[in-house]
Design a protein around this ligand. Sequence first.
Ligand code: SIN
Length: 326
Amino acid sequence: MREIIQGGTRRVVVLGTGGTIAGRASHSGDNIGYTAGQVGVADLLGGIDAPEGTTLIAEQVSQIDSKDMSFEIWQKLAQRCAHWLAKADVAGIVITHGTDTLEETAYFLQAVLAPSKPVVLTCAMRPATALAPDGPQNVRDAIAVAGTPGAQGVVAVCAGTVHSAFDVQKTHTYRLDAFGSGDGGPLAYVEEGSVRVLRNWPGPQAAAPLFDRVVSATSWPRVEILVSHAGARGAIVDALVVERKRGAVDAVQGLVLAATGNGTLHHELEAAALRAQAEGIAVVRATRCTQGRILGKPNDALRDPGSLTPVKARIALALELLSAGA
Ligand code: SIN
């Protein structure tokens, strides 16, 4: 579905994917007992004035609770972003998204598109039916960022704060200001439609973006995340290796270990991970800590993805395997 809201000659495209921002509850006092992904994206723009000289275009890409996000929806989203970004009069894109996997979609799109225009994910912690929903202001702020000269790359906007796709993380289960950027700090603030920039926008990656490879893929490398914790064991890793040796369809190709502190692992899990690596499974350690990065040593037997969280490290590893032809 596509609707055009006239306002001017420069265009900002708003792609809807679902989430609490599009959620409906049975009464306005209920901020938690709602169903996500119910209200169409064109309706989310009702009451929001397009900035001067800007036409807003609304397009529904999916309508889901983002806990159920899939690679197939990511493929479609990447394609729709690329389609619109290629048009000279499109200043930027806004994506309405659930908060729960927003950081994963943001990282995925940055890795796959590395756009030279802004792609701005936004969300809400309260459903559209709430007495005081936060979605409309977030959408308004995201449209302001998407139309900001010089803005580029994939970012997230929530509660007046702009986060880079590399750093953004959901940090709170309930508060409206539910996202953080760790020790990198926010990229910018949005104040009454004006964007106060604090640091650099996410730039193009050194390696070429993987767009063609990603959108043409018919299947995705299976990469699992396992957490190291007190009493952790290696049995699940060993079971995954056995499954792979048996030639199971969709056997695991990569493992991300959510490691403690500076990348340490329970010794039983570590031993199993080394066995898995010897069997050809790609293994990466990412820290469980919400801030900081793993400071690796040259002789580390298992590599690390620096400051990437386990969920983002999983995407990076899946893309690496995909580009290697897995
Ligand atoms: C979702 O992620 O789709 C539901 C939760 C939210 O948007 O806050």
